[in-house]
Design a protein around this ligand. Structure first.
Ligand code: HEM
Length: 119
């Protein structure tokens, strides 16, 4: 009798833990993803309008550049991309046209992809 109720308690505890972890997981997703649109591949989606916010003007935000459909976080090279930087004009937008001529491989090899560009 006692053993059975202990089993019941344990499985109830298991369900509670799963419920708490699931809620926490969903919560964390909302906390860390500044963008609420998630692509089918699980990557955050950014439109060009979304990207314009991440052009280096706001020092508290990361700096993003879209290249061939991927969104790169170039914050590590802030000096290039903040206002007054040589390549500020490439930041916060889809710069595929320019970067496919020169500089694109540097971006692709140096910086992490944090999302995808969407219409
Ligand atoms: C429209 C033309 C150009 C574009 C779109 C372009 C783009 C870029 C990009 C995206 C980077 C990578 C910056 C980073 O590490 O985040 C870069 C690096 C660099 N570019 Fe350009 N570039 C252009 C023209 C030039 C020209 C004409 C020169 C030289 C006269 C030049 C010299 C450099 C140098 C030296 C670096 C390396 C900076 C470093 O890592 O310290 N670029 N370029």
């Amino acid at each position: 009798m006692k053993k059975q109720s202990l089993k019941k308690k344990l499985s109830l505890g298991g369900i509670m833990i799963v419920a708490i972890l699931t809620t926490f997981g969903i919560g964390m997703n909302y906390t860390f993803n500044s963008n609420s649109h998630i692509s089918e591949s699980g990557q955050p989606e950014y439109t060009e309008v979304d990207l314009s916010k991440y052009d280096g003007t706001n020092a508290d935000l990361p700096i993003y550049i879209a290249l061939n459909g991927d969104v790169y976080d170039v914050s590590e090279g802030r000096g290039f991309y903040e206002p007054g930087g040589t390549y500020h004009y490439l930041a916060g937008r889809d710069s595929s046209k320019e970067l496919n001529m020169i500089g694109g491989t540097i971006i692709a090899n140096k910086y992490p992809i944090v999302g995808v560009l969407t219409k």
